[in-house]
Design a protein around this ligand. Structure first.
Ligand code: ZN
Length: 300
């Protein structure tokens, strides 16, 4: 569904930070992606200043720890994604969950943030599965609320056709069910919104205004370049509340499939500049400042 609007390409010489990608990550068979090392090199050759890669469970955490050894200007976040909650086989879950908890407690100097964590009601369609995601999200906050670490959230509402037919009246089915539940829980745990980044923000549009007003940060994916749906939701977010990401290998600027690479974060800058009618240079400058502040990045 690529829309027809012609948006200017990212300009030469732009500087950028990718606050959320998955490198390395288990790859689909026969993918067309460059090697992990090439993706890392290409990112800095094209103007990257800092790259943040995101783990979602124990195995991606191990991949990342191995990859970043001896590398500069790359950091990582420690996530236990809602998909991990839903899809990890029962026989592995408890063991890996314990390992993960031990890791985040005892290695706080090594990672930048807790995340991605959150709720994904597209991947959890029954009430039981949704409740489990909610329970785990709360457990993670309980455990980490006093850590000096920001949070990276993954929040996805159920689509209209994804409502839980057995429990049609349940609030999780609502159009904005996952967002509202996250809000409720963050409030309950007294989490300062300034500590919280909504990764790959997907709306609704009024949340693009409500969230920044409360101090939350919002991350725009590279796919905002080619898909109006993604652009619309960040159109009215003040620049001081925005950062940029690729979520690669997902969220390619205009193609479908596992094709995205971190250097394409330039397209998120081009998308924001276009929809907010400001120069790409200003967007680059502001989003870099914001990312540095939010994650306390030290750049060599
Ligand atoms: Zn992600």
């Amino acid at each position: 569904m690529k829309d027809k609007v012609k948006i200017p390409e990212p300009e030469e010489g732009l500087k950028f930070i990718d606050v959320h990608c998955h490198l390395p990550f288990p790859r689909p068979k026969k993918d067309q992606l460059p090697s992990n090392e090439e993706q890392y090199r290409d990112f800095f050759e094209k103007g990257g200043l800092y790259l943040i890669t995101c783990s979602i469970d124990m195995s991606t955490l191990h991949l990342i720890l191995d990859f970043i050894k001896d590398k500069k200007n790359i950091g990582f976040t420690c996530g236990w994604a809602p998909q991990t909650v839903t899809y990890t086989p029962k026989d592995k879950y408890q063991k890996e969950w314990k390992e993960w908890i031990n890791y985040i407690k005892s290695h706080q100097d090594e990672y930048l943030a807790i995340g991605e964590i959150g709720l994904d009601f597209h991947h959890a369609k029954t009430l039981e599965k949704r409740k489990k995601q909610v329970r785990v999200f709360r457990e993670i906050l309980e455990l980490t609320k006093d850590f000096d670490k920001p949070y990276v959230l993954h929040v996805r509402n159920a689509a209209q056709h994804e409502y839980d037919r057995e429990n049609p009246k349940n609030r999780y089915n609502k159009k904005n069910g996952a967002n509202e539940e996250i809000f409720r829980i963050l409030g309950e745990f007294n989490i300062n919104p300034r500590r919280v980044l909504w990764h790959c923000f997907s709306g609704p549009e009024d949340y693009g205004i409500i969230l920044p007003k409360q101090g939350f940060m919002i991350s725009v994916p590279s796919s905002a370049y080619g898909y109006n749906r993604w652009r619309k939701v960040s159109k009215n977010v003040p620049l001081q509340s925005l950062v940029t990401e690729t979520d690669s290998y997902y969220q390619h600027p205009y193609l479908r499939g596992p094709l995205n690479v971190p250097s394409n974060v330039r397209y998120a800058i081009a998308a924001i500049a276009y929809s907010q009618n400001v120069s790409q240079e200003i967007v680059s400058k502001k989003t870099i400042e914001n990312a540095k502040r939010f994650f306390k990045l030290l750049i060599d």
